[in-house]
Design a protein around this ligand. Structure first.
Ligand code: HPA
Length: 271
């Protein structure tokens, strides 16, 4: 594993001419347009990057985009692979090893999620305060690189209190409403049943999605500070009396994108 991460890192560094990203972003379904906001972008398709997992879901393009926003040097990963595609958890978190190898100390993750909290509406943005791992897999199982030294990682404040404060301040300054809550990750690929959503509400989940949690666990292992934002693209099954569709999730994500770009800009300016 370290050998393959090293190869990926060296390939990327050979393209970067000394550019050293400070902040990495992993962005989910329908939120890829964030990359268009970057100054002096350098776009590298995942296909060209040695050992990088290739994406295969509608709404994802699969590009690493390096560039600047609000004076910060960014590395954006547009598109991720998911466990529900039958990919291994090692593949899902591979980009986080690469982010770490490049010396990045702050990771921002965004995703699309269904709203469980009855106060949420489609199009809302939610600052992730904490998560519930309902995936039944974990990137630390069996150790990293054959070294089983990663058990019992502390997950208190996995979503950095410092970064959350900065994001809350940015939202207030920009007058962009920002919800906060707990993100629960489920395997998918089907959306939940109303009974599952009810159970997850009792567990304390405010939003539900199919990503993010493995990457955040591995980022914490690497001691990378994490900020997470969910775009509430729909009300979770049974919360609203209608069926869910992936097209709708993508559409609402697209519609909320401008707000999210503004918010991230404000956050980065405050970093
Ligand atoms: N459930 C799970 N994942 C999701 C949802 C949902 O309702 N919406 C967007 N991603």
């Amino acid at each position: 594993m370290m050998a393959t991460v090293k190869e990926t890192k060296e390939f990327l560094e050979s393209k970067l001419n000394g550019f050293r990203p400070d902040v990495a972003l992993i962005v989910g379904s329908g939120l890829n347009g964030l990359a268009a906001a970057l100054d002096k972008p350098l776009k590298i398709p995942y296909d060209e990057v040695p050992n990088f997992p290739k994406v295969s879901v509608a709404g994802h393009t699969g590009d690493i985009v390096f560039g600047e926003l609000e004076g910060k040097k960014l590395m954006m990963l547009c598109g991720r692979v998911h466990l529900y595609e039958g990919r291994s958890v090692a593949e899902v978190v591979y980009p986080v090893h690469v982010i770490d190898s490049l010396g990045v100390k702050v990771l921002v993750v965004t995703n699309a999620a269904g709203g469980i909290n009855p106060q949420f509406n489609p199009g809302d943005l939610m600052l992730i305060e904490d998560h519930i791992n309902h995936l039944a897999v974990n990137p630390l199982v069996g150790g990293i690189n054959g070294e089983n030294t990663v058990r019992f990682l502390d997950m208190t404040a996995a979503y950095s209190t410092r970064l959350r404060e900065k994001m809350e301040n940015a939202a207030e300054k920009l007058q962009i409403p920002l919800r906060r809550g707990v993100y629960l990750a489920t395997l998918g690929p089907n959306y939940e049943t109303p009974a599952e959503v009810k159970a997850f509400a009792w567990h304390g989940a405010d939003a539900i999605g199919m990503s993010t949690v493995p990457e955040v666990i591995l980022a914490r292992y690497h001691n990378i500070e994490v900020l997470g934002v969910s775009c509430i693209t729909n009300l979770a099954a049974g919360i609203a009396l209608r069926r869910l569709s992936h097209e709708e999730v993508l559409e609402v994500g697209k519609a909320a994108e401008g707000k999210l770009v503004k918010l991230l800009g404000g956050f980065l300016a405050a970093l």
